[in-house]
Design a binder for this molecule. Structure first.
Ligand code: DQA
Length: 156
């Protein structure tokens, strides 16, 4: 079974109670459960983790195996962390950046993502649906991706 890794960055453990007008009322646990169930329905093993420690996030990303697919919400590290950019670039794992809020419609500092250039794409502003759509993409990616001849880069 393919492994889809969903990594939530700094402060996302507060989901559900943190600025609900911006981030919504769904807790991180509820969101993770939805993703795990959706994965199971599509024969995908979804593993969700959250950390407030940047180095730990780097360790998780660089510890992924090439067959994985990464869905990543770096939280505020989105706007600051060249270390996460390098970590994503350093592994042969497609990463999709997600945000609950529309980072382009908020404070100016949020409108720039330093990790975007290391990711295959970005989904921003759809609340928890940003994650569900990212997972839907991972499902399609797995089904329809053309093999490149390098078995290690294919999701199986
Ligand atoms: C966020 C947007 C970031 O700017 C913010 O620092 C977060 C959450 C989002 O999901 O909308 O912590 O990544």
């Amino acid at each position: 079974m393919s492994m889809i890794c969903v990594l939530h960055g700094v402060n996302l453990h507060l989901l559900g109670t943190r600025e609900p007008d911006i981030y919504g009322g769904t807790s991180l646990e509820e969101l993770n459960q939805k993703l795990i169930i959706m994965g199971r329905e599509n024969q995908l093993d979804v593993e969700c983790r959250q950390t407030n420690h940047e180095g730990e996030m780097v360790d998780w990303i660089t510890g992924l195996t090439p067959a994985d697919f990464l869905i990543l919400n770096p939280g505020a590290w989105t706007h600051t962390s060249y270390a996460l950019f390098d970590a994503i670039k350093g592994v042969n794992v497609p990463a999709l950046e997600v945000h609950l809020s529309n980072i382009y419609a908020r404070e100016g500092f949020r409108a720039h993502s330093v990790v975007a250039g290391a990711c295959v794409g970005q989904i921003s502003g759809l609340g928890t649906d940003s994650y569900l759509l990212a997972l839907a993409y991972a499902v399609e990616f797995q089904k329809y991706r053309q093999p490149k001849g390098d078995e290690n880069t294919e999701i199986k």
